[in-house]
Design a protein around this ligand. Structure first.
Ligand code: SF4
Ligand code: SF4
Length: 98
């Protein structure tokens, strides 16, 4: 991707093309990441339903984790996982950078 200079950017920095979210890897904003404990997970898919970035990966009707290229670390998935299950913990991103 080539970055535009200020003369090339649309006024107000508006995104003019619709449906282009997949082209922007916004996961770089993240300071926490969700980590699944699949021993606890009951595959209710609640985290998948609530993720505001649609980045939770489901294969064969089972949650496999999050596509970290797009996960912003908001913690909604961990918050919405049923209280008796709590299969997701939010871990500091810096732990994975070592
Ligand atoms: S932390 Fe937020 S963006 Fe990342 S998978 Fe969970 S709900 Fe989605
Ligand atoms: S909400 Fe919790 S129990 Fe349900 S699928 Fe997601 S991680 Fe598993």
């Amino acid at each position: 991707m080539t970055l535009k200079n200020k003369e090339e950017l649309p006024l107000g920095g508006l995104i003019e093309e619709a449906g282009n979210a997949a082209e922007y890897e916004t996961g770089g904003w993240r300071t926490f990441r969700p980590v699944w404990d699949f021993e606890k997970c009951i595959q209710c898919l609640t985290c998948w339903i609530y993720c505001p970035d649609s980045c939770i990966i489901v294969e064969d009707e089972k949650v496999k984790g999050a596509d970290l290229r797009f996960c912003k670390g908001c913690g909604v998935c961990a918050n919405e996982c049923p209280p008796k299950i709590r299969a997701i913990t939010m871990e500091e991103e810096v732990k994975f950078k070592k």
